[in-house]
Design a binder for this molecule. Structure first.
Ligand SMILES: Nc1ncnc2c1ncn2[C@@H]1O[C@H](COP(=O)(O)OP(=O)(O)OP(=O)(O)O)[C@@H](O)[C@H]1O
Length: 263
């Protein structure tokens, strides 16, 4: 359903700070794949998500989503096809607006929008029901400004908003990295349940080896702009976290403290 073919990206070409970040990267993602994307610092993971979302343009290669060539499609056009959650919740939700206003905005994605018109009373009971199923008490916070919610609650809202319109593809960029370990586990459970419920194809960038092993049906490892491992569900099920660290060390010749500390 997503086909990346020979994608390349160089920042600041022709200058002393030229940096080739992606080198002819190819990846085939199947319908309902949930892929954890693991890699060293600067491996190009976020850049890859930016190229798919259209916030950065590829220098070469092809991005096909459900057979549609979106390689050079404008970001706002792709936004209708994609859901995205970032590490920083301010990039996914509007902190100065209430939960209800944020949900209404997400509900109106891709349509001409007026907040007054969009806050649909009939939707409120639906929102409450859906929010209650996340188990974070959000159903009683509809009129609370998002900025006043806890970090975990904000990320749960961001996830819920990202999947609301059933996107073709969900892009998660270290969406639990800023949370404490307990909340991070909780948000991963919410993530898995929303993805499964809606059957959404997902690419998740993470530095957490446990999450990369425990969640999803594939684990892709990147190093210096290239894919160095692509493990199936069965292959990753056979690995312990220690094995994964060893595999990482073999490919990247080092392992970051934050990966080991989370183990
Ligand atoms: N807008 C930009 N302009 C110039 N260089 C950039 C830009 N965005 C990213 N880079 C560089 O591209 C390289 C890859 O960055 P990227 O954020 O994709 O890596 P990453 O694998 O997500 O790393 P991390 O795990 O540290 O977040 C880095 O060297 C980074 O400095």
């Amino acid at each position: 359903m997503l086909k990346l073919q020979n994608l390349s990206k160089t920042f600041n070409p022709g200058t002393p700070i030229e940096n080739t970040v992606l080198k002819n990267l190819s990846l085939q993602v199947k319908e309902k794949d949930f892929i954890s994307l693991l890699g060293s610092n600067g491996a190009g993971k976020s850049t890859l998500l930016h190229l798919i979302a259209g916030t950065y343009e590829a220098d070469g290669g092809l991005i096909l989503l459900d057979g549609q060539d979106i390689t050079y499609e404008k970001a706002h056009v792709r936004a209708k096809l994609l859901g995205r959650v970032h590490q920083d919740p301010r990039l996914s939700v509007s902190p100065s607006m209430t939960l209800l206003e944020n949900l209404s905005l997400a509900d109106a994605k891709g349509e001409s929008f007026s907040l007054k018109k969009a806050v649909d009373i009939k939707r409120i009971s639906y929102y409450k029901e859906q929010l209650a199923s996340l188990g974070l008490g959000l159903e009683s916070k509809l009129h609370t400004k998002i900025g006043l919610l806890s970090g975990g609650q904000r990320q749960a809202v961001a996830l819920f908003m990202a999947v609301m319109k059933k996107p073709k593809l969900l892009l998660l960029d270290e969406h639990t990295a800023a949370l404490d370990p307990r909340t991070s586990e909780l948000i991963m459970k919410v993530t898995e349940s929303l993805i499964q419920k809606e059957g959404i194809t997902t690419l998740m960038v993470t530095h957490n080896m446990n999450h990369a092993l425990a969640y999803g049906n594939r684990l892709v490892m990147m190093h210096e702009g290239e894919i160095v491992e692509d493990l199936s569900l069965e292959e990753k099920a056979a690995l312990s976290t220690k094995d994964l660290i060893a595999l990482f060390q073999k490919n990247a010749h080092s392992v970051e403290d934050r990966m080991v500390l989370q183990v």
